[in-house]
Design a protein around this ligand. Structure first.
Ligand SMILES: [Fe+2]
Length: 468
């Protein structure tokens, strides 16, 4: 025992000297016990689902980034009765000059459901770091909102992202969103890791539950961008009722700026925002060699300029490292295809959902295996990302409480509770991640980790800087 701690102490001293975080012993399974009863979806007449007053009033207003660098915004909303106006009027807080932009309008049918008129309008060339107001609708049904643009892309532009996944529309979902909104860390943009409304858990995928969900999140998503990732609950694939086009409701309702990153599909794309480069992948689209997603990612990773955007973040739905029983190894085939790239390009962090719980990994990789060498155990790897599962938004399917035992060494912390995360980028070298359990006070961190940027604090770079 003594020699183990002496050895660990020596290793920590050595790694601390190199500004590294590594693991020397097993992780933590939280002792926190919460009620694992299923939470029900909020009833249709809940105040969070309220329809705004007035004939054909715009509802379900939400925004997302509209270009690659953060000067564009996509504003989306639905008018229930007729197309109405497709114009957004907007102005900077410090300006009387009003701009306007026109968008597109579409509808879709899903089994016996017909959507309202879905509007998507892109506004461009916004000033960085500026508060804007915007209006949608006509006459006395005009609705006004505001948003704040991000700072100019740059290595030391601080920015605070929120992390939410697998949200749904239960009382717990509402607690998660309220907790996020009340967090003194003040998230500026939500990175959403998939599984939005859970409408597909209703008979015939009752798409009215897509509408209620979008009304529920409007209070936040109309003011700050939500960066979308598709999960399995976005597939809405059901041949028995004649619905064979995957992702139809999701891609109709949530536009993303995929063309700006030369993607050919809204299911995988990238954005730059402040000091972060965010790559969104699709766990439910083909990702093997020669597929469109594979070819795009192969071209995309070398494009990331870490002197401009030091923080490389990947979002996907199905986690690669997951020590819960539920969905165990579902992300494995995608991990086999892409993990070596994540290590080569020093991805800082991978956020995933799908498992309805929280888990954070050590920095590990498992890329040495070649069928005959038997090397298939995850090992400590300074160049590897931290993997964080944050599918704990609180949907109607409940918590994933069963865990594989003993806790694998790669798992640093795990807990079956609902909550959200904050990834707070301070500068090019440091970011602070915290996880917030819904049952705690708004400022309480149930788990946290300082991130040392993989590019700017890599041992090669540290050595080069020291020798110059
Ligand atoms: Fe999922």
């Amino acid at each position: 025992m003594f020699s183990k701690w002496v050895f660990c102490g020596f290793v920590y001293f050595l790694l601390g000297f190199l500004n590294l975080v590594e693991f020397c012993s097993g992780g933590i399974t939280s002792s926190y016990v919460r009620n694992a009863d299923l939470s029900l979806d909020m009833p249709l007449d809940s105040d969070v689902f309220r329809v705004p007053p007035g004939y054909n009033a715009p509802q379900q207003v939400h925004i997302t980034q509209g270009d690659h660098g953060g000067r564009g915004l996509i504003i989306s909303w639905i008018t229930p009765d007729e197309p109405g106006s497709n114009t957004v009027v907007y102005w900077a807080e410090d300006s009387k000059l009003k701009g306007s932009a026109n968008g597109v309008v579409l509808t879709y049918k899903y089994f016996n459901y017909t959507s309202g008129y879905i509007h998507h309008c892109k506004i461009k060339n916004l000033k960085f770091d500026t508060k804007y107001y915007y209006e949608v609708g006509i006459g006395n049904t005009t609705r006004q909102f505001w948003f704040i643009t991000p700072p100019k892309v740059g290595p030391d532009a601080p920015y605070t992202f929120g992390l939410i996944g697998d949200l749904g529309q239960t009382y717990d979902s509402n607690r998660t969103l309220t907790h996020y909104e009340s967090n003194p860390a003040k998230g500026q943009t939500v990175l959403f890791v998939g599984d939005l409304s859970y409408a597909d858990d209703y008979p015939f995928h009752d798409n009215a539950r897509w509408d209620t969900w979008s009304r529920f999140i409007e209070r936040n998503a109309a003011h700050q961008p939500w960066i979308w990732t598709a999960g399995n609950h976005e597939l809405d694939f059901d041949p028995e009722i004649g619905e064979t086009k995957p992702f139809k409701p999701y891609t109709s309702r949530f536009f993303v700026p995929y063309r700006a990153s030369e993607s050919t599909s809204p299911l995988w794309y990238s954005i730059k925002r402040a000091a972060a480069y965010v790559i969104v992948l699709s766990s439910y689209s083909a990702y093997g060699k020669s597929t469109p997603q594979y070819k795009w990612l192969a071209m995309e990773l070398p494009k990331v300029n870490r002197t401009e955007t030091p923080w490389l973040i990947v979002l996907m739905h199905s986690p690669w490292y997951n020590s819960y029983v539920h969905h165990y190894m579902e992300g494995e085939s995608m991990r086999v295809v892409y993990e070596s790239w994540f290590v080569e390009y020093k991805v800082d962090v991978v956020f995933a959902g799908h498992v309805h719980a929280y888990e954070r990994s050590e920095r590990i990789s498992n890329i040495a295996y070649n069928i005959v060498n038997g090397l298939c155990t995850p090992r400590s790897d300074h160049s590897a990302p931290v993997y964080i599962t944050i599918g704990d938004g609180g949907n109607l399917e409940g918590l994933a409480t069963e865990m594989t035992e003993p806790q694998p060494p790669y798992s640093a912390y795990r807990e079956a509770s609902f909550g959200h995360g904050i990834f707070d980028i301070k500068n090019r070298t440091h970011a602070y991640f915290s996880w917030h359990r819904n049952q705690d006070g708004f400022a309480v961190e149930a788990d946290s980790l300082w991130f040392h940027n993989r590019y700017w604090t890599s041992p090669e770079r540290t050595f080069l800087a020291a020798s110059q």
